[in-house]
Design a protein around this ligand. Structure first.
Ligand SMILES: [Zn+2]
Length: 93
């Protein structure tokens, strides 16, 4: 128990030292990189997840037409294209 408390204290001290020694510009640049990565990932998903037959962008369709709590399930449960009805071909690998 004592070892756990010591480890926790050392961890908190290291975290405090890290946050104290870092400059606001460092946090700003890390935040900007994270925002750019998230936006790039979202854009890639919107453009890349689509129907092979008709080109309907499924990810964008899910995000733009479904409720924010349901779009993930809607996309995961997709068995055929809502645009052309093409049945999803699973490789089974
Ligand atoms: Zn389609």
């Amino acid at each position: 128990m004592l070892a756990l408390l010591i480890c926790l204290a050392v961890l908190l001290l290291a975290l405090g030292w890290y946050m104290w020694s870092s400059t606001p510009a460092y946090f700003l640049s890390i935040s900007l990189v994270a925002i750019c990565l998230a936006a790039g990932g979202f854009t890639f998903a919107c453009l890349a997840i689509k129907c092979d037959k008709c080109g309907l962008k499924w990810f964008w369709r899910a995000v733009s037409t479904q409720h924010s709590r349901e779009w993930g399930l809607w996309l995961a449960n997709l068995t055929e294209c809502p645009g052309c009805g093409d049945i999803e071909q699973s490789t089974g690998e």
